[in-house]
Design a protein around this ligand. Structure first.
Ligand code: C5P
Length: 218
């Protein structure tokens, strides 16, 4: 099979990761979690101790670390300077700081370039994030924008993180605001994206709909 790039964007808790991974497995394609890349850089920035509001310092740390990420949908690893950070990047410190780090233009330029390389290498890949259809892969074969009610999103995320629903809802609202209002590559739905509201849909239904769309498009 030839090249096939699927871009999956949407806010936190919209079901992006579950849907993207499942779709990649079904298609026999690779999978790229771009959020994990922003999280890994954030982990490095926190470790370095630089001031999060100092964009130049944050950009410098991002440029100096060696970030590696796998693209196997059944299990990928993220390392920073050779240290595995799969657990650490899901912790509250990183989640609390990631939107600030992801708003730094130098960080985005660096990661968007890396993401394009990984996509070109893979050929067939499902890529999830916030700016994939708009910026990273504007020529994707299929662009999907997943949404879900705020209540559903908070419920899913708190279940994943074993956290309190109210605290999770507040954190999601805060990150959505930061991610949608930043000046560089904000969370954005493109005109050519298929919007799917996953509030009432099961994972199987969402994946089946996406596979149907891909078949229709050849
Ligand atoms: O998807 P996930 O919740 O892991 O993403 C963590 C954060 O990384 C988001 O809240 C956002 O600030 C940032 N991000 C981004 N662009 C992407 C993917 C993630 O800015 N393509």
């Amino acid at each position: 099979a030839g090249r096939c790039v699927v871009a999956v964007d949407g806010p936190s808790g919209s079901g992006k990761s579950t849907v993207s991974r499942r779709l990649a497995v079904d298609l026999g394609a690779r999978y790229l979690d771009t959020g994990a890349m922003y999280r890994a850089i954030t982990w490095a920035v926190l470790r370095s101790g630089v001031d999060l509001t100092d964009a130049a310092a944050v950009g410098k740390v991002a440029g100096e670390v060696e970030l590696r990420i796998g693209t196997d949908p059944q299990g990928y690893g993220v390392t920073v300077d050779g240290t595995g950070v799969d657990q650490e990047i899901r912790g509250p410190e990183v989640t609390g700081a990631v939107s600030a780090v992801a708003a730094v233009p130098a960080v985005r330029a660096l990661l968007v370039a890396r993401q394009r390389e990984l996509i070109a290498q893979a050929g067939r890949i499902v890529v999830e994030g916030r700016d994939i259809g708009a910026v990273v892969a504007p020529d994707a074969d299929l662009k999907v924008y997943l949404t879900a009610s705020e209540a559903a999103r908070a419920r899913r995320r708190s279940a994943e993180d074993a956290a309190d629903v109210a605290a999770t809802a507040a954190d999601l609202a805060r990150r959505d605001r930061l991610d949608s209002t930043r000046t560089v590559n904000p969370l954005r739905q493109t005109d050519d994206a298929v919007e799917l509201d996953t509030t009432e849909l099961g994972i199987d239904e969402v994946v089946a709909q996406l596979r149907e769309l891909l078949t229709e498009r050849g």
